[in-house]
Write a protein that binds this ligand. Structure first.
Ligand SMILES: Nc1nc2c(ncn2[C@@H]2O[C@H](COP(=O)(O)OP(=O)(O)OP(=O)(O)O)[C@@H](O)[C@H]2O)c(=O)[nH]1
Ligand SMILES: [Mg+2]
Length: 621
């Protein structure tokens, strides 16, 4: 059995895909106008929308095509019971296309939508079909229709709703209607191409066959009026001859919309034949190939559905693969952008860390210590002194350090923080821009020289961010603890004040840069690092703090300062450099890729393929 409960869910998936693909396409920065170039896209847009289902059955359009006298109207009568004129009295017999529509679809089917370009006329009187004058000088514009009860008394009811259309032979009626007839062929799920022995090889008939095979979803080739008694043999001879012709004729070597060659498509047709007999019956229609399905089943039954779904899948397959490819591409692009954002931000963290670690606000730290000591050691403690010898020794070495610092290092290591940072940030922008350009060689437009220069210029308009006091606050408890553990050190407040003056007050910072620049390969960060790397200023200040037993506090302050200042500089660089230059753009792209939901698209394609109606192997012999 075929699973026929499917169309709704499948339709939903397909509709979702139809929304998803253009979104992904756009999110990948492509033009909507190029959607049509995606392999299989037009089929995906055009075909699923045409799936019409009612009461769990799909509606199949079957078109009868072929030369005058081949028996289209006779077969139409047989399959639908609508007594359209047919017979040998005159040729052509039928002048207007006629559609038979299952009665239950009366209020379901929009015939104007199903057959665009035609003027629909209810077929009230059979003579209407033979009257060429009815629709004036342009026969073929009218499409007559009548509803029919589809039950064939002696047959199982069909599994599909069969809309059958008898298309007159426009070669004999009016060639100018060819385009309309061909549109009808493209709309049909199945085309039954009827021929008879005397006419099958006429150039006009071959031309019709080529047109039919170029557009039909499925082709049935039916040879009528075959002479008895060797009808089987005669039909086989005709079919062999048709194949022979089709394989060689150049016009049959062109490709169909779905990428198949027309000649191959013809060769895959189901071939049926019927003996010449004025009284055509269904059982007289035989398959040339003994394994082929019964004609009735192939037109409206189980086999019709199987053929229909497998053909449709074949038509849509390329579109599905395209959608899948696009979804994978979108997911990869999004992942890459995310990764690039992380890498780009990592660069900001690195340079911020370097700037923060290349200076130390020693003055501010000393000021803090003085404040805390003053407030936490009541006045009477300040008169406490160290044992004389120790105090004298310590003061002596401190004096020596002060003198050294004053004489040799003061000028080279003390800087105004804002000025220093401003300069370092300028340098950092150059370093960042060239790193980003190097990291993202494909983003030439985004990182063009002009944009980079402009971004750098705008960035310099912003002053370095203010320094929050948090890093100092975190140290207060430690300083208080220090003064509790060494109460007599409180008496050194005067010395500390001297040190503060020496360091230029709170406004100046120690410039810890050693040779090679702060963005060079050697990255000795912080006071201890700089001292270790040979910065005399850093070394001397470190020693001063050591003398005062404040080394731990200095080191802790250094760490706190560096991480806080790094954060502040990071934010500054992110907000005023990275964001306007590329982060906004990338985030927007990521967002639209996200909204296009490539994962849902992939799941959708999988679901469509998995739930596609296919023959259940177990249910058939
Ligand atoms: N379909 C069909 N008709 C046959 C067969 N043998 C004889 N006929 C007769 O062939 C004639 C076919 O005529 P129509 O059905 O009017 O042919 P048509 O294809 O509709 O022709 P136009 O309307 O002129 O395009 C009828 O008289 C049939 O009875 C056969 O095997 N199959
Ligand atoms: Mg006819």
């Amino acid at each position: 059995m075929l699973q026929t409960d499917f169309p709704l869910s499948l339709q939903r998936e397909l509709n979702h895909l139809l929304e998803c693909v253009p979104r992904m396409h756009r999110a990948l920065g492509r033009n909507d106008a190029d959607l049509g170039d995606l392999p299989g896209w037009s089929e995906l847009v055009g075909r699923p929308g045409r799936i019409i289902a009612h009461e769990g059955r799909v509606c199949l359009v079957c078109v009868l095509f072929g030369p005058s006298g081949a028996g289209k109207s006779t077969l139409f009568r047989l399959l639908t019971g609508i007594p359209v004129p047919a017979g040998e009295t005159r040729r052509p017999m039928t002048f207007h296309p006629t559609a038979a529509v299952p009665e239950p679809l009366r209020d379901i089917l929009n015939l104007a939508e199903l057959f665009p370009g035609y003027q629909l006329q209810p077929l009230r009187d059979m003579d209407m079909l033979q009257n060429l004058l009815l629709d004036g000088p342009k026969p073929g514009k009218d499409l007559f229709f009548q509803y029919y009860r589809r039950d064939q008394p002696e047959r199982l009811p069909g599994q599909a709703w069969l809309v059958l259309v008898d298309v007159p032979d426009f070669n004999t009626v009016e060639r100018s209607n060819r385009t309309r007839a061909e549109a009808m062929l493209g709309r049909a799920e199945t085309v039954i191409f009827l021929v008879y022995p005397e006419a099958y090889k006429d150039a006009a008939v071959m031309e019709q066959l080529q047109a039919a095979a170029g557009r039909a979803g499925h082709l049935i080739y039916m040879i009528t009026k075959v002479s008895a008694p060797d009808a089987d043999k005669a039909a086989r001879t005709i079919w062999e001859d048709v194949r022979y012709h089709v394989r060689r004729a150049p016009e049959f070597q062109t490709m169909r919309g779905d990428g198949r060659r027309i000649s191959e498509f013809v060769e895959q047709a189901g071939v049926y034949y019927a003996r010449r007999d004025p009284e055509l019956r269904l059982e007289d229609i035989r398959a040339l190939n003994p394994d082929a399905p019964d004609f009735w089943s192939l037109v409206t039954g189980q086999d019709a559905l199987e053929v229909y779904w497998s053909n449709l899948l074949e038509v849509l397959d390329q579109g599905l693969t395209t959608a899948q490819g696009l979804a994978r591409e979108a997911a990869t692009a999004r992942e890459e952008l995310r990764q690039h954002l992380i890498t780009a931000d990592q660069r900001i963290v690195e340079v911020s860390e370097r700037i923060a670690g290349s200076q130390f606000p020693a003055g501010e730290l000393v000021e803090l210590i003085i404040d805390v000591v003053k407030e936490s050691r009541p006045g009477w403690l300040r008169i406490l002194t160290l044992p004389v010898a120790r105090a004298a020794g310590m003061l002596l070495s401190l004096r020596g350090l002060f003198a050294k610092f004053r004489k040799t290092e003061r000028k080279t290591v003390l800087r105004d923080r804002r000025e220093l940072e401003q300069r370092r940030l300028e340098e950092a922008v150059d370093v960042l821009l060239s790193a980003w350009r190097r990291d993202n060689p494909t983003e030439t437009a985004l990182f063009s020289t002009g944009r980079c220069r402009e971004a750098a210029r705008r960035f310099q308009e912003y002053a370095p961010p203010p320094v929050r006091d948090d890093w100092k606050e975190a140290l207060r408890a430690d300083v208080r603890d220090w003064s509790r553990r060494h109460p007599w050190y409180g008496s050194l407040v005067g010395t500390l004040s001297e040190m503060l003056v020496l360091l230029g007050g709170a406004a100046l910072v120690l410039d810890l840069a050693v040779s090679g620049g702060i963005f060079g390969a050697v990255g000795q960060l912080g006071v201890a690092g700089a001292a270790g790397a040979g910065s005399l200023g850093a070394g001397t200040v470190l020693k001063m703090f050591e003398e005062l037993k404040l080394k731990d506090i200095l080191e802790k302050a250094d760490v706190k300062w560096r991480s806080q200042r790094r954060d502040e500089l990071e934010t500054h660089l992110r907000e005023h450099l990275a964001r306007p230059l590329f982060v906004n753009d990338w985030q927007q792209r990521i967002q639209s890729l996200d909204e296009a939901d490539p994962e849902a698209c992939l799941t959708g394609v999988k679901a469509i393929r998995a739930s596609w109606p296919r023959r259940d192997a177990g249910a058939r012999p």
